[in-house]
Structure formats: C-alpha cells, structure tokens
Design a protein around this ligand. Structure first.
Ligand SMILES: Nc1nc2c(ncn2[C@@H]2O[C@H](COP(=O)(O)OP(=O)(O)O)[C@@H](O)[C@H]2O)c(=O)[nH]1
Ligand SMILES: [Mg+2]
Length: 226
C-alpha cells in the first residue's frame, strides 16, 4: 500500500526538451476543462492548493510536473496536462494543445498510465473517447475516472456507471468513481496507480529543481490556473 510522504511541484514545460530529466515512472492526468482534474490531483496528494483550481478555465497551456515521494522511499512523477474541450479558446490554442499532448504521449517513455478525468454526470465525451482510443498507440495504461460523484445519489451513480460501461465496453469494475469533496475513490485510485505505474525506488539522485520556474508557478494568479 502506497503511503504518501510528500508531493512537490517540479516545473512547467511545453516542449519535450524542458520535461524533467528523471527516470521516475509517471502518471499523467487529462480531461476537459472544469471536470475537476486539478481538484482531483490535490485531493489525491493531500495538498489543498498544489494545483490551482480555476474559475476561468482553458487559459494556461503548460504541462506541469510534480514529484511524489512515499514513506517507503519510492517515488513517481505526476503530470498535469492542459485541459481540453473548452469551447471559447481560439483554434490556434486548440492546435497547440494537440501538438503538446501528442509530443508528450509520443515521446515520454516514463509515462506508464494516463488518467482521463471525467464528470460522472456527463460521462465519456468525444474528446475523452478520442484520447482513450489514441492511447492504444502510445503504450500507456488508461485509467478512467469519473469525478464529482458527490453530485449524484448512490443510485444515480450506479446507473451512470452502468451506462458508461455499456457505451465503452469497459467493465464497471474498471471505472473509478471519485469525489474531491468527500475523498471518495482516493484509495482505489492509489491502488490502481500502484498496479499500473509501479513507483520506483529512489536512486538517490536529487530531483531537477528549476527554481525560476517554481517561483513563477507559485506566483501565478489563482484565476489564471488550469
Ligand atoms: N461538488 C464537487 N465539485 C468539484 C469536484 N471537483 C471539482 N469541483 C469543482 O469544479 C470546478 C472545477 O474544478 P477544477 O479542479 O479547477 O477543474 P479542472 O479545470 O478540470 O482542473 C471548481 O469549482 C471545483 O470546486 C468534486 O469532486 N465535487
Ligand atoms: Mg485544472
């Protein structure tokens, strides 16, 4: 069982040459803007404000890298991908998003699992499905997470999951239900991460810390977060 010690922000990157040079296994988080991805990561790592939770989504177009250490000394990378599906962003921004995601998925050998975060009330939408299907080419394990479960009653949750299972062909037992409000699903997600990502023993090398980047991230306006 993974027991958290600490999660820290490492750096923001756009291009592969700016990704951290580490040999940690990574899980990346993707999802439509506003589905609750930032909240989910914060809940998962028990840091209230590690990732900015935004009211005006769709603006920051960076890949943010975090490093998680467990009490047994193992470590892994968490990667927050920019949100998609935000109707009001200019076409050019969407193209940049596509290039950025493709570059990450296509080059990152450290990537072991991609969590696709969705709103349980909306189910799997077109962009989610496209990403899910594209993953087959990239060799990372998909993890389908349905958050904001607190917005539905237990019965409504069960029927929402059954419907998603029917339309995707993914067994309901493989679908994760989550709530950042109540913490529901946190343990199950860590279990899935342990199985698919297999955090590695720390090799003693200091993480690559980009002081300038880190300051910039810390100083970012809350409303500018993604
Ligand atoms: N009720 C409820 N609200 C949530 C949950 N997760 C996120 N939210 C809210 O949904 C909005 C978007 O959340 P955020 O994490 O910034 O979404 P992101 O754009 O996907 O990163 C915020 O107002 C959050 O407070 C959840 O599990 N339950
Ligand atoms: Mg966000």
């Amino acid at each position: 069982m993974l027991k958290l010690a600490e999660t820290i922000f490492i750096k923001s990157a756009v291009k592969p040459e700016h990704y951290p040079e580490w040999d940690l296994h990574e899980i990346a988080f993707a999802g439509r803007s506003n589905v609750g991805k930032s909240s989910l990561i914060n809940t998962l790592v028990e840091r209230r404000k590690l990732v900015k939770v935004s009211k005006t989504p769709g603006r920051t177009q960076h890949i943010n890298f975090f490093q998680t250490r467990f009490v047994d000394g193992r470590e892994m990378g968490l990667v927050d991908l920019p949100g998609y599906g935000f109707a009001k962003v200019p076409k050019r921004v969407k193209q940049d998003w596509g290039k950025m995601i493709e570059a990450y998925l296509g080059t990152r050998v450290q990537l072991k699992a991609l969590a696709i975060v969705m709103d349980i009330r909306r189910g799997m939408r077109d962009e989610d499905t496209q990403l899910y299907q594209a993953l087959a080419h990239f060799g990372a394990q998909p993890i389908l997470i349905f958050t904001k479960a607190d917005k539905l009653t237990r019965n409504a949750r069960t029927s929402a999951l059954a419907k998603i299972a029917r339309s995707t062909g993914v067994p309901p037992s493989e679908l994760l239900v989550f709530s950042s409000l109540s913490g529901l699903g946190k343990e199950a997600l860590w279990e899935r991460i342990e199985r698919t990502v297999s955090p590695t023993a720390a090799n003693g090398a200091a993480p690559e810390l980009d002081a300038e980047d880190r300051l910039e991230y810390a100083a970012r306006d809350e409303s500018d977060g993604e």
